[in-house]
Ligand binder design. Structure first.
Ligand code: RIB
Ligand code: CA
Length: 330
């Protein structure tokens, strides 16, 4: 059953599906991003690609295949970069915010008929761009290594066929661990620098909006009450993530689902209630700012804005969107 707002939206845009590729590193919030995208009729998820981030490639691929299989969805899943372009991959074997598996809090079936593609993420991304009639939106919810490689390898193809990059990353004013620091951008600063400097349209869903749009704890119970497998899986995983996150990072009153924000903004850009275009750069020289997102929110740099930085989203509509996607899946 489609939400009324979505019926209206679809009529307005004549039901034209938006082709997207999701590049992710599941991760509990990547899982919500995948469920939200795969359960929404406005998106045509052409492929899912993986990047080492929250956990090593083997774990994020296994987690991705488990999520798709459990939700009853088939898509090509292709593995990409196992480490950043230049800097070392920061080992993530500790429990952290996602547990040891990267998706602690739910026991997926041992058996899973889905397999990772023989093709690499870059091959799949390039072919989707080449063969799509419409421009394709890239949704990035992990470190930007795969997107950096794609832009460097196929600059003209990206210029011609990438509609927009909607990424979860960076931070303007919000401080989680250190000023200007966010995991995805920091993990591969050199790739982030390529993406932010590419000239491609970028919408940045950083901590400013993601910590402003926490899922209500009662909403997690609503997900369980949907009564299907997907609702049970999402609810169980997010309840675990809420505990892990508060233990690993800091106490927040609600469940952050950073990555799903970058999907919601593609499904319906009007869900964004506050954003601003500004110049953003990523220092990569060694030092305390290496891997930061330096946002020129005072517009003092004299450099042209290259990013739309999102600050606020409509949390109630966001929750409704997630609920609708959960209902639409297995
Ligand atoms: O900083 C939040 C980001 O880092 C999210 O994408 C989360 O999944 C982790 O990858
Ligand atoms: Ca992620």
């Amino acid at each position: 059953m489609q939400a009324l707002w979505q019926d209206k939206k679809d009529r307005e845009v004549g039901m034209k599906k938006i082709p997207v590729i999701i590049d992710c590193d599941p991760g509990h919030d990547d899982m919500v991003a995948l469920v939200l995208a795969l359960g929404n009729s406005r998106l045509d998820v052409k492929a899912v690609t993986n990047v080492a981030g929250n956990k090593v490639m083997e774990k994020v691929v296994r987690n991705t295949l488990n999520i798709l299989n459990y939700c009853g969805v088939k898509r090509e899943v292709a593995a990409g970069a196992r480490r950043p372009l230049v800097r070392e991959y920061l080992r993530t074997d500790t429990e952290g915010a996602h547990g040891i598996s990267g998706l602690d809090g739910f026991d997926f079936p041992e058996e899973n008929p889905l397999r990772c593609s023989d093709r690499t993420a870059i091959e799949v991304m390039a072919e989707v761009l080449r063969t799509s009639e419409e421009k394709v939106t890239l949704i990035a919810t992990g470190p930007l290594t795969n997107l950096g490689l794609l832009i460097r390898a196929f600059p003209e193809l990206c210029r011609e066929k990438v509609e927009r990059i909607s990424l979860m990353g960076g931070t303007c004013h919000y401080i989680l661990t250190k000023p200007f620091m966010e995991f995805n951008v920091f993990m591969d600063a050199e790739a982030s620098k390529i993406v932010f400097g590419s000239g491609l349209p970028i919408t940045m869903f950083g901590y400013d909006v993601t910590y402003n749009t926490l899922l209500e704890l009662d909403f997690l119970k609503k997900l369980e009450k949907v009564g299907n497998r997907t609702g049970h899986m999402v609810s169980s995983l997010l309840q675990a993530f809420y505990q892990l996150h508060n233990k690993a990072w800091m106490e927040v009153e609600g469940c952050p689902v950073h990555d799903a924000c970058a999907v919601a903004g593609v499904i319906d850009p009007s869900i964004v209630t506050e954003s601003e275009r500004m110049y953003v750069e990523i220092p990569t020289e060694p030092g305390p700012l290496s891997g930061a997102t330096i946002c020129d929110y005072a517009h003092r740099s004299g450099k042209p804005a290259n990013v739309e930085v999102v600050f606020k989203m409509d949390r109630d509509r966001f929750q409704d969107m997630i609920l609708d996607s959960v209902r639409a899946l297995a």
